[in-house]
Design a protein around this ligand. Structure first.
Ligand SMILES: [Zn+2]
Length: 180
C-alpha cells in the first residue's frame, strides 16, 4: 500500500471553495477517456493525465488553485497525418470565481475558474480538461521529418507530378549533349 499519491485517481467532484479555505492538496490521475471534449482532438484516449493541485487563499484574499497537469497526448501530425505523441506539462493558476464580472477583475497571472456560488461540487475533471485544451498545440507535427521531402515541396500541386525531370538534366539539355 505504498502507491504514490499520483497513482490514485483524482476525485472527480469537489468543493473548490471549501478546499481553498482548508488548503487542500490533491494529486492523482485523470483518465483521458473521461474527457470527451479533449477526446475529439485525440487519436487515442488511452492513458492518464497526471494532476497536482494546491488549493489556498492568495495574498489578495482570492480563492485559488495552483498546480500542474501533465499528459502524453496522441494527436494527428498535420504533415503525415499519422499519430504523434505530444507531451503537455502545464502550470495551473486559477482563481475560483462565481461569475464573469469577477473573472474580469483578476490579476493577469490568474485565470478564472467559474464555479457558481450555489455549486457545492465542481467537476475537477472539467477544469483539468480545460487546462489541457488551453495547452494543446494549434498544430501538431512530428519533430523528425516524417514524410518524403519531395511530397513536402509541393508549392504548385499541379506541376509537382509533371516536373519529375531532374533540373540538372534539364540544364544539360539546354546546354546541349550531356557529357559522358
Ligand atoms: Zn508526421
Amino acid at each position: 500500500m505504498f502507491a504514490a499519491p499520483s497513482d490514485q485517481p483524482l476525485p472527480r467532484l469537489g468543493n473548490p471553495r471549501k478546499f481553498a479555505q482548508q488548503g487542500v492538496r490533491l494529486s492523482g490521475q485523470v483518465p483521458l477517456s473521461a474527457l470527451e471534449r479533449l477526446g475529439e482532438a485525440l487519436v487515442t484516449n488511452e492513458g492518464q493525465a497526471e494532476v497536482a493541485l494546491a488549493f489556498g487563499i492568495s495574498e489578495e484574499r482570492k480563492l485559488v488553485v495552483r498546480g500542474r497537469v501533465g499528459a502524453e497526448l496522441v494527436l494527428t501530425c498535420q504533415r503525415c497525418l499519422g499519430p504523434v505523441t505530444v507531451p503537455i506539462d502545464a502550470d495551473i493558476a486559477l482563481a475560483i470565481v462565481p461569475d464573469e464580472a469577477t473573472a474580469k477583475n483578476l490579476p493577469s497571472e490568474l485565470d478564472p475558474w467559474l464555479v457558481a456560488e450555489e455549486e457545492i461540487n465542481a467537476d475537477l475533471y472539467a477544469m483539468v480538461e480545460d487546462e489541457l485544451l488551453l495547452n494543446l498545440p494549434a498544430v501538431a507535427y512530428h519533430s523528425e521529418l516524417c514524410i518524403d521531402p519531395e511530397t513536402l515541396s509541393i508549392g504548385k500541386p499541379e506541376t509537382a507530378s509533371q516536373d519529375k525531370a531532374n533540373p540538372f538534366q534539364v540544364l544539360e539539355q539546354l546546354k546541349g549533349t550531356p557529357k559522358k
